[in-house]
Design a protein around this ligand. Structure first.
Ligand SMILES: [Zn+2]
Ligand SMILES: [Zn+2]
Ligand SMILES: [Zn+2]
Ligand SMILES: [Zn+2]
Length: 313
């Protein structure tokens, strides 16, 4: 959304008439909605919207017949009038001409998103996605006000790591936002990324450092790169290449057998990108090499169901 799209205050300064002025003029006398092209009128000149014109024979105002006359002036006025996006309640303040409304709403950044956790597939109001994760997937933020998080992960059977596919994300709250750490696995590949429960443009204000370590062997891999929007599916993220990508076999190098478990440690460090840094091309090496401030590891609270959710069992 650009600022020019939202200049809809009454008595607006550009060539668009105010919504309220035009809305009254263009109200269909049958459905009381603002008419959109094509707009028709009766023999006398009262307008009616396309849908209602198909259903009524006579003008509800003067009882004259409709004979299929288009009202091009009304249509031009309707075209001038900026319409509210239907996701206004979800946060979109965009106003666009009626001809562009459908296209905008189809791509609106506040449109509902499809939950891609497991086989859920529910369409969820975008700004309520984090609530959905708690309600339907029992995913809750691990901690408040920390952007550094260390997590011990384990599997009982290494072979199942690549067989079991995607895991539920792990959530953390910091910088007044909710973030999710996703890990997706297919036959060969493991990809790990951090997503913001929010807009792509807001996600651009953050970067994430992901470190997988085997402390006993003193081995680690690390990756620093962009935070994605939670709207993106795993394959969309994978296609960008902007995530930690390794293989099931690669990951085994970082695992340590502890009793029956194969354990490795993963840390996530989320930081805000400064204004000057945000202008850096994300393809440049500088972006990925930039160091993230190190903090003391945070010991995230163990949840009741952590045994089931945190491993690959
Ligand atoms: Zn109507
Ligand atoms: Zn009439
Ligand atoms: Zn919108
Ligand atoms: Zn869901």
């Amino acid at each position: 959304m650009t600022s020019s799209c939202s200049s809809m205050a009454s008595g607006s300064t550009d060539d668009s008439m105010s919504f309220d002025e035009l809305k009254t003029l263009l109200e269909c006398p049958v459905c009381m909605e603002m008419s959109s092209p094509p707009i028709y009128n009766c023999q006398v000149g009262h307008i009616i919207c396309y849908n209602c014109q198909r259903r009524v024979k006579k003008c509800p105002v003067c009882r004259e017949e409709f004979k299929g006359c288009r009202n091009f002036i009304a249509e031009k006025l309707a075209e001038k009038c900026l319409r509210k996006c239907k996701y206004q309640e979800d946060g979109c303040n965009t106003r666009v001409k009626v001809s562009a409304l459908q296209q905008h709403e189809a791509a609106c950044e506040y449109r509902p998103m499809k939950c891609h956790i497991g086989s859920c597939g529910q369409m969820v109001p975008f700004m309520k996605y984090f609530d959905h994760l708690g309600k339907f997937h029992r995913i809750f933020a691990a901690a408040d006000n920390t952007h550094f998080w260390e997590r011990e992960m384990f599997v009982y059977d290494i072979k199942r790591l690549v067989k079991d596919g995607a895991r539920n994300p792990f959530a953390m709250t910091c910088y007044n936002n909710n973030f999710l750490q996703f890990m997706q696995v297919d036959d060969q590949t493991v990809w790990i990324w951090v997503a913001l429960c929010g807009l792509e443009k807001d996600a651009e204000g953050f970067k994430a450092k992901i470190v997988i370590a085997n402390k006993a062997k003193n081995l680690e891999i690390q990756w620093t790169g962009p935070v994605h929007s939670a709207r993106k599916t795993g394959s969309e993220v994978y296609t960008t290449g902007l995530c930690l990508i390794t293989t099931g076999n690669g990951l085994k190098n970082y695992m340590e057998q502890v009793g029956r478990k194969y354990v490795w440690s993963m840390t996530i460090n989320i930081s805000q990108i400064s204004d000057s840094e945000s202008k850096v091309d994300t393809d440049s090496d500088d972006y990925y090499d930039s160091d993230v401030d190190e903090l003391e590891p945070y010991n995230f609270p163990v949840r009741e169901d952590s045994d089931e959710d945190d491993d690959f069992e």
